[in-house]
Design a protein around this ligand. Sequence first.
Ligand SMILES: [Zn+2]
Ligand SMILES: [Zn+2]
Length: 245
Amino acid sequence: MAEPSAQPGRECVLCPPLRFRINAMAHLPGEASVLARDRDFLLMPDVAPLADGHLLLVTREHRQCAGDFDERLWDRALRWRDRVARLYLHAYGTGELLLFEHGPALSQGGGACIDHAHWHFLPGAPGVRAVVEEQGLPGAPAGHAALRARFRTGRSYLLIEERGTATVHPGDGVRGQFLRWAVAAALDGGPERETALAGGTWRWQQTFGLPDSRRRFLRTLRALRRAVSALDGPSPRDQRDDSHQ
Ligand SMILES: [Zn+2]
Ligand SMILES: [Zn+2]
């Protein structure tokens, strides 16, 4: 289990004891916002959702990125991806799913805000790959081997899966939270894009805890909790969490 990169940083906000610190700062449910879990992963809403349904799949143990996953963990992560797709179909009526990861080979690489492996999920297919390629970052077919090779040679990456196709893009030197920007740009589209983005609302630090962001978080939590219960049946844990709301 213990790999050199599996050093839990005490200051990591996705590891205990700080894991739900940001939720607490925004007066949002923390532990109770975990929609589902197994021995490897936690599934929960992003604390500053870019759209309704924005979720994070987070490793329970500290890992740098998915390029750092072994074969077993990678397979588990893909099964979680499929489960999220089923949840989205139930909650939002779309079979489309966007997956993205800023894969930091080095600290803050790939524009990562947090150096702890996490996959972002959103319902729909807003066209993020096109936005990233417009920025001069061409994609290559992506899988576990491609991410691992980049990670092992110290190259950060951007992973995008959209419309069932996964691509990996160069992540070295991109600005902070570049992929969040790209998603916001794809979602906004059109001529309003520049004004919508000028405020920097794609940076999670600028929106978490604001009224719209909190409402979106809570809507996401409600919609997906219902989907989890409908598809998996309520677990004793979920019922206990509900009673706290
Ligand atoms: Zn961590
Ligand atoms: Zn992230």
